[in-house]
Design a protein. Structure first.
Length: 182
């Protein structure tokens, strides 16, 4: 006896699933849009703090997000930005724009260090930054991220503060580094 042949549901496209074939190498991607086509951004950035803040209105609470971000090119330009929006991605974009707008140029030595000791205070946060030849970077918290994105090496940064507010620490570090330009 001859067995009947099985019918497959090949659909109109012939791929056994009844849907059009994939394009662009990704699921549902558009052709010609790969990650390699996009130019690399000029500045690297790190989000150091995301806070959910609320304001009270008649119907209850309205939540939004506050983002603190550090942007730099690792070659002597660095800035801090604060962005607030209803969505974290919008807040990050606003913080990035503000960080780029508020960037400072760091006068680095030949070894990508700083020329002399600087100290600054912002709010209750106090930061001291000293050159430390051939010791690498010794720093913590927001000061470390800011110095890394600024391209500074061989420094010792000390945070002398009871406050752990990352925005104030970052602004105190920027204030200290801006004193180098003088």
């Amino acid at each position: 006896m001859v067995e009947p042949t099985k019918k497959t549901n090949s659909g109109a496209y012939g791929n056994n699933q009844g849907r059009p074939p994939m394009r662009g190498g990704r699921l549902g991607g558009r052709p010609g849009r790969t990650g390699a086509d996009r130019p690399k951004p000029e500045f690297d950035h790190k989000v150091i703090d995301v806070r959910r803040v609320a304001r009270v209105v008649a119907g209850g609470r309205r939540f939004s997000f506050s983002v603190v971000l550090i942007a730099g090119n690792k070659k002597g330009k660095v800035g801090v930005g604060l962005g607030k929006a209803g969505d974290t991605s919008l807040a990050i974009a606003k913080a990035m724009n503000q960080a780029i707008k508020n960037m400072i140029n760091l006068p680095l030595t030949k070894t990508n260090s700083i020329a002399h000791e600087v100290e600054a205070k912002f709010g209750s946060s106090r930061v001291t930054i000293k050159p430390a030849p051939k010791r690498g970077m010794i720093a913590g918290s927001a000061a470390r991220l800011l110095l890394e994105l600024g391209g500074v090496h061989d420094v010792n940064a000390k945070i002398l503060s009871k406050s752990k507010n990352k925005l104030n620490l970052a602004k105190a570090t920027i204030l200290a580094l801006s004193k180098l330009a003088h």
